[in-house]
Design a protein around this ligand. Structure first.
Ligand SMILES: *Cc1c(COP(=O)(O)O)cnc(C)c1O
Length: 220
């Protein structure tokens, strides 16, 4: 991250590291926390809840970044600080209604399906503006920005070009919703974090490059 910021004239303080800890046992999160990492991203609700129980003594900021089914919204609203994968109004309404009143508003990002891939979650760029306008009045949510997983591209310039489309979409939302603090552009993973930072990412979501390759099974 430091290197990518230097190479691309970006301010290192402007880019956060979200440690993506899906499939990793709680001890690995505890070890990362001991190194100063406190933002963790999880994709699977039950797995995350199990780890949260084991790590109750740590002041972790929990981000949910996986696909959302509507029967899971209550647990997300109760147990997470951020949900970065909101992609439809029904889910947003439920998260707002189910957010416990003693907690601060749930911080959310809208997940954008930049390449309209059938197998990926996310709102299309065409529908983004209407969705954001419908969500901002919901009382217990705070819309913070956009998240995307672009289609896989090999070269730095091609990767950067897709990330710039998300950046452009955020800029347009800022004009549309000047009262909303849209400060978050969550983009870049292990394979493309340099291009994401070059395009203005404010949060890279890194799993493999922090914890090693993921086992398909949960056993290790
Ligand atoms: C798994 C995952 C990541 C991390 O991917 P790596 O390639 O392991 O860095 C980031 N974002 C989302 C949404 C993910 O599901």
């Amino acid at each position: 991250m430091q290197h990518a910021c230097e190479q691309n004239q970006q301010n290192r303080d402007g880019v956060q590291l979200l440690a993506v800890s899906k499939t990793r046992p709680a001890e690995q999160l505890r070890a990362a926390f001991a190194c100063g990492q406190y933002r963790f991203g999880e994709n699977y609700l039950q797995e995350a809840l199990d780890k949260q129980l084991q790590l109750q003594d740590l002041a972790i900021e929990w981000h949910f970044i996986g696909p959302i089914q509507s029967n899971k919204t209550r647990a997300l609203a109760e147990h997470f600080d951020w949900v970065e994968s909101v992609d439809r109004l029904k889910i947003a309404r439920r998260l707002s209604e189910q957010r416990p009143p003693n907690l601060p508003p749930l911080q959310i990002c809208l997940q954008v399906n930049l390449d309209n891939e059938a197998n990926k979650a996310g709102v299309s760029l065409d529908e983004l503006s209407a969705l954001a306008a419908a969500i901002t009045p919901l009382p217990n949510l705070q819309l913070r920005g956009l998240m995307a997983i672009p289609a896989k591209r090999e070269g730095f310039e091609d990767q950067k070009a897709s990330f710039l489309r998300l950046k452009q979409a955020l800029n347009e939302l800022r004009q549309q919703l000047p009262q909303t603090p849209l400060d978050t552009l969550s983009m870049g993973m292990s394979a493309d974090l340099e291009a994401a930072i070059a395009a203005g990412s404010t949060q890279v979501r890194i799993g493999t490059d922090l914890f090693g390759p993921r086992d398909q099974k949960m056993s290790t």
